[in-house]
Design a binder for this molecule. Structure first.
Ligand code: ITT
Length: 199
């Protein structure tokens, strides 16, 4: 059994990471289950830097291999905003208010291209570090649709689909999402690394 601490305070990320990774001997535990708290300042300038800040802090506090997800939505017509600031877009901490602000900022814009990005860092107590990143391209809707998922899902339409990620089942979203893709790549890297270690 491989146990990883998920360095996240976002319950929706914890749920999705479990849905995607927990099989074939991989187990994810939360901060609560590990009995620690960690909320380092995410002062990096990229998704990658922030993912490593969170994973390293959690590994140091717990002594466990730690996985972190830093993610967000990148909107072309807004020069890449909200990007790494997605969780506190406009200084707002309410996901509904963030979505309404984003739709307002996009009013009248014909270029609605957007992408979700997920950067996954894994840090082991022996200092080994692994990293993967993936995106899910699509566009912003004009209004909210669906009640599944979290964050910006009700206003994100993945390319080639007619439903938002909030109108999809968890399985459908995970099959195409930024987080699903990046975590499946991480799983391959982890298994290869751990197999190599045993030899
Ligand atoms: P942790 O840092 O504790 O993991 P967080 O929510 O603050 O939690 P981030 O800084 O990585 O995490 O911000 C990610 C934000 O991007 C998240 O709060 C959502 O607003 C948005 N986001 C990321 N993935 C998403 C998804 O799959 N669906 C909808 N919105 C998403």
């Amino acid at each position: 059994m491989m146990t990883f601490l998920l360095a996240s305070n976002n319950p929706n990320k914890l749920r999705e990471c479990r849905e995607i990774l927990e099989k074939d001997g991989i187990r994810i535990i939360s901060f609560k289950e590990a009995g620690i708290e960690s909320n380092p300042e995410e002062n990096g300038t990229s998704f990658k830097e922030n993912a490593f800040i969170k994973a390293r802090a959690a590994m140091e506090k717990s002594g466990l291999p730690a996985l972190a997800d830093d993610s967000g939505i990148v909107v072309r017509a807004l020069g890449g905003a909200p990007g790494i600031y997605s969780a506190r877009y406009g200084g707002l901490d309410d996901e509904g208010k963030q979505r309404r602000l984003l739709l307002r900022e996009m009013e009248g814009k014909t270029d609605r291209a957007a992408a979700f990005v997920a950067s996954i860092a894994c840090v082991f107590p022996d200092g080994k570090e692994l990293w993967t990143e993936a995106e899910c391209r699509g566009e912003l809707t004009e209004e909210e649709r669906g009640t599944g998922g979290f964050g910006y899902d009700p206003i994100f339409l993945p390319a080639g689909f007619t439903r938002t990620t909030a109108e999809m089942s968890p399985e459908e979203k995970n099959a195409i999402s930024h987080r699903g893709k990046a975590l499946r790549m991480m799983e391959e890297r982890l298994r290869a690394y751990l197999e190599g270690e045993e030899k």
